[in-house]
Write a protein that binds this ligand. Structure first.
Ligand code: COA
Length: 174
């Protein structure tokens, strides 16, 4: 079972007990306004998300991690890798993404989890490149991307918002 410990976090695969806390995070419209179609997600949709992430873990050997706080054991959110299906500019490439419950914001957890995810991508899975998209106005994600050293490579339009495309060459990752 794939697990990563950082100074404050346990990144691990998904357990049945994660469904309710993740669905509570997914029910918060402020968390979800820049995720997917921008709508909160129901318990049933959250179960589908976890199932899809677990399938990706089984098929690809990487996926989206459950992010647990060491110590309290609380589920803080989801950070990890998936093969992007959209937008077209990054379709088929491995993308990193993040979402945390609002009470966990602003404490460096997303950066800590994302950095460990990039190390996992290159050291454990031998990936040489990871991409990310960031919506215009998403200062928090832009700051995480900066801290990771992910460079802006271009932009793409969407009917509702503009997306910046970022990437990192992991062969150079320190
Ligand atoms: C994006 C998100 C994961 C960031 O999580 P986080 O744990 O708060 O991020 P970090 O604390 O690691 O922040 C990284 C840097 O950005 C800064 N930052 C965090 N939130 C910020 C905000 N709203 N505005 C400006 N800067 C912000 C932090 O201060 C930190 O910089 P510093 O280390 O120089 O102080 C979190 O805000 C979130 O879950 N948002 C909702 C989901 C989402 O929109 N995901 C992205 C689209 S898929």
């Amino acid at each position: 079972m794939t697990e990563i410990r950082t100074p404050r976090l346990l990144l691990r695969r998904w357990l049945d007990d994660d469904l309710v806390p993740l669905s509570e995070i997914h029910a918060d419209p402020v968390v979800m306004r820049r995720v997917g179609d921008g709508s909160p997600r129901s318990l049933e949709q959250t179960a589908e998300d976890i199932e899809a992430w677990e399938e990706e873990w089984d098929e690809e050997g990487f996926g989206v991690f459950a992010v647990e706080l060491l110590g309290s054991g609380e589920l803080a959110g989801a950070v990890g890798l998936s093969v992007a299906d959209a937008p077209a500019e990054i379709a088929g490439q491995v993308a990193i993404s993040w979402r945390l419950g609002r009470v966990f914001w602003g404490q460096g957890y997303a950066s800590e989890a994302a950095q460990a995810t990039l190390e996992f991508a290159v050291q454990d899975r031998g990936l040489d490149r990871v991409v990310a998209v960031c919506r215009t106005g998403d200062r928090a994600s832009a700051n995480v991307l900066d801290k990771l050293g992910m460079q802006r490579e271009g932009a793409t339009g969407h009917p509702d918002h503009d997306l910046a495309v970022h990437g990192i060459d992991l062969t150079q990752y320190q």
